[in-house]
Design a protein around this ligand. Structure first.
Ligand SMILES: [Zn+2]
Length: 306
């Protein structure tokens, strides 16, 4: 399995005490230290590839904020700030997914994990949101479709928060399946059952606070995985957030690391059925550091052996 990351992503520091801290990535990388992974440096994303999701005016506004942030913290939304070090992190977080898609589709190693921050799935085409500036997974999806000529790309999102930005991209593009499990009610408030996209290509499985292993695995098994099989993707992308863990401070679901290992095995099997194993996972949330580290390690362990 390939691992795309870069130490510059530790340099993005939204603000002191912010839950989306550099220590998150450090703890994930430490948990993976003993894993046999083909480690690659995440490159900075090409602006034109980002612009498949985010219009040039938005990218320019982000760049202006990043220039300003070289000497002071700049707030992009109430939860999302950039400062010195953010520019390289943000561009490499998007670049990791692009490079992982290129590598996985080239064939030798069909699985990749992008250990990145900031996360991406809340970023809308026209706005930063919820710790996210560019939508890393949506950029990777459109890159796979446009640059590699794939017909169908699936995004599976098991972060505890709904991936509103990814859904915005998918709901008007039948080449993209977006299937999400998430807690509701919870930020950002989207992801209702009736939000189904232009071609039934958006699948939302909201779960109540307190939902645990049985409820979540049932939602995956009855809604997400059947939709994935019916869609028969050429590539599976995963927004791998680990904040549905019972220890996470930002939500109230009750999963543990065994559930993320189960998801890894299920998704690896689906990738084998449909796309010769092609599976790129990208880190999204996860805010209890020990739980995040154990969950990412369990998920990757299952992917490696799945
Ligand atoms: Zn989240």
């Amino acid at each position: 399995m390939l691992l795309f990351t870069h130490p510059a992503m530790l340099g993005h520091d939204p603000s002191p005490g912010h839950p989306e801290s550099p220590a998150r990535l450090a703890s994930v990388l430490k948990a993976l230290e003993s894993y046999d992974l083909d480690r690659r440096q995440a490159p900075e994303a090409d602006r034109l590839v980002i612009e498949r999701v985010h219009p040039p005016g938005y990218v320019e506004a982000v760049n202006a904020a990043l220039r300003e942030s070289s000497h002071r913290r700049v707030q992009l939304d109430p939860d999302t700030a950039v400062g010195p070090g953010s520019s390289e992190a943000i561009y490499r977080a998007a670049g990791a997914g692009i490079a992982a898609v290129d590598a996985v589709l080239a064939g030798a190693d069909r699985r990749a994990f992008c250990a990145v921050r900031p996360p991406g799935h809340h970023a809308e085409p026209l706005s930063a949101m919820g710790f996210c500036v560019f939508n890393n997974v949506a950029i990777a999806a459109l890159h796979a479709l446009e640059a590699h000529g794939l017909s169908r790309v699936a995004i599976i999102d098991f972060d505890v928060h709904h991936g509103n930005g990814s859904q915005t991209v998918a709901e008007k593009d039948a080449r993209v399946l977006f299937a999400s499990t998430h807690q509701a009610p919870l930020y950002p408030g989207t992801g209702k059952l009736h939000e189904t996209g232009i071609a039934g290509n958006v699948v939302n499985a909201p779960l109540p606070p307190g939902a645990g292993s049985a409820e979540w695995r049932a939602a995956m098994a009855r809604q997400v995985l059947p939709a994935l099989d019916a869609f028969a993707p050429d590539l599976i992308l995963v927004s791998a957030g680990f904040d549905a863990h019972k220890a996470d401070p930002l939500a109230q679901m009750a999963l543990d690391e065994a559930d993320f290992a189960w998801a890894g095995a299920q998704l690896a099997a689906a990738a084998s059925r449909h796309c010769e194993g092609a599976l790129v996972s990208t880190l999204e949330g996860g805010y209890d550091l020990p739980a995040l580290a154990r969950s990412a390690a369990a998920y990757l362990g299952a992917l490696q052996h799945g």
